[in-house]
Write a protein that binds this ligand. Structure first.
Ligand SMILES: Cc1ncc(COP(=O)(O)O)c(C=O)c1O
Length: 453
């Protein structure tokens, strides 16, 4: 339950005015945006100053895995602030040591050393640096349908159009097609075919690039922003085998898929694959204080036993962020939140979304796991033409904008990317909340249906 909050439109107007005057927002034409002034948040909900409350089906940017304002995590941050609010990274600090221990205990295989960053992109930057120094090679391979962050190397590794404006074309990146049966790059008709052809394509690309020139392959274990495409059985194991054969470092990016999102601590657990490096951020502390990192295998860590690692950040392993991680991981463990994510996914979200797909012609495909679901909206199920064109903006994106407006009108804040809506609520969303959100999606999809042919 959210507390009763009296509307306060005057404060809301002041917050909005200062924002519009002085805050420069990400990924936006500054004159064309109208950010909602948020008055507060708790659990799966947030509310504005006008008395409107929203069920957050986005978990922020897919990071509030334990919901907003969990009292134990808030208290842990307050306690850490009172004890030791900050300290430089070269020292051993209790909150940092404990966060690293708890993370290493949960990461697969021998990924037992943790390099802390302030977020996901920095984690990717440093994973690539580690891979290049470890192998002495330069090229890094990444998938077209991917997002890896907005810093220089991470945005070049990214496949989606946010890369285009910053793509140097000389960042040592080689892109390939990862499996996605619904829009197969390989004309496949079954998951097994898609898996085999995607692996052959990857191996051919490596052969023609020169295996000895490739430091790493980076993949989101389950690609997130690009569409939550759960990989077909055998694909990740196949990539692991190819990496082993050519001495290529396998980096799994679990910035979005990690810490319970897929109904497992890490998506890699679902596929039984251990990478050499694994990046994380977001859910590690539900985004209460910025934190990310790279979990490093024993072999790669050993490369830097006697040789300095040439990378660092002033706030690496910040005590406030690490205290939030310790509290978050303990809360997730104590409250069984990872199992809950798996359960709510298989018993409420998956059946509920499949039911919506059966009744709404605008839904082309439902896919996902845990609290990590995508609905692919289409003009026609037969042709699979997306409801809006790839990278559509302005009037071209109107059908998705109408769908989004219908969600918001009825109290659900939707995640929308191109022709998809993602259902990515907190991992501890209740059954009643999940059903409330599905009922709103039901109504909003009727709006999307109007654009089908
Ligand atoms: C898979 C993945 N990697 C990296 C990033 C970048 O993380 P950050 O925005 O914290 O830099 C994101 C952000 O959405 C992501 O989803």
């Amino acid at each position: 339950m959210t507390p009763h909050v009296d509307p306060d439109p005057r404060t809301g107007a002041a917050v909005k005015a200062a924002d519009r005057a002085h805050v420069f927002h990400s990924w936006s034409a500054q004159g064309l945006i109208d950010p909602l002034a948020v008055a507060g948040a708790e659990g799966s909900y947030f509310w504005d100053y006008d008395g409107n409350r929203y069920l957050d089906f986005t978990s922020g940017l897919v990071f509030t895995n334990i919901g907003y304002q969990h009292p134990k995590v808030v208290a842990a941050i307050q306690e850490q602030a009172g004890k030791l609010a900050t300290f430089a990274p070269a020292f051993a600090v209790e909150a940092r040591s404990e966060a690293a221990r708890l993370i290493a205990e949960r990461t697969p295989g021998d990924l037992d050393k943790i390099f802390f960053t302030n977020g996901g992109a920095e984690a990717v930057e440093n994973a690539v640096r580690l891979a290049r120094l470890h192998t002495g090679r330069h090229k890094v391979m990444s998938a077209y349908r991917s997002y890896h962050g907005a810093t220089a190397q991470a945005i070049n590794l990214t496949g989606d159009p946010r890369r285009w404006a910053s793509d140097t074309g000389s960042a040592g990146v080689v892109r390939f097609w990862a499996p996605f049966l619904y829009r197969s790059a390989f004309y496949s008709t079954t998951e097994a075919e898609e898996c085999a052809r995607a692996l052959t394509h990857l191996e051919d690309t490596i052969a023609f690039e020169g295996p000895g020139t490739i430091a790493a392959i980076i993949l989101e274990t389950v690609p997130g922003t690009a569409g939550i495409m759960t990989p077909p059985p055998g694909y990740l194991a196949g990539v692991r085998e190819i990496c082993d054969r050519y001495g290529i470092v396998l980096v799994l990016d679990e910035v979005m898929s990690g810490f319970g999102r897929t109904g497992a601590w890490f998506a890699a657990d679902l596929y039984g694959v251990t990478p050499d490096l694994m990046t994380f951020a977001k859910g590690v502390n539900s985004g209460y204080v910025p934190l990310g990192g790279v979990a490093i295998s024993a072999e790669i860590a050993a490369t830097f036993d006697k040789r300095p690692f040439p990378g660092g950040l002033t706030y690496s392993g910040h005590p406030l962020a690490c205290a939030a991680a310790v509290a978050t991981i303990n809360v997730m463990e104590d409250e069984g939140i990872v199992d809950h994510a798996a359960h709510i996914g298989s018993t409420v979200l998956e059946p509920g979304l499949r039911d919506l797909a059966a009744r709404h012609p605008s839904v082309g495909e439902v896919r996902g796991t845990g609290v990590f679901w995508a609905l692919e909206l289409v003009k026609s199920r037969e042709t699979r033409e997306p409801l809006v064109p790839y990278n559509a903006a302005g009037p071209d994106a109107a059908p998705m904008a109408a769908f989004g407006a219908a969600c918001k009108k009825n109290g659900v804040w939707p995640f929308i990317n191109m022709n998809r809506t993602h259902v990515v609520p907190p991992c501890n969303i209740t059954e009643a909340e999940a059903k409330e959100g599905l009922a709103v999606l039901d109504e909003a999809l009727s709006v999307a249906d109007e654009y089908t042919v």
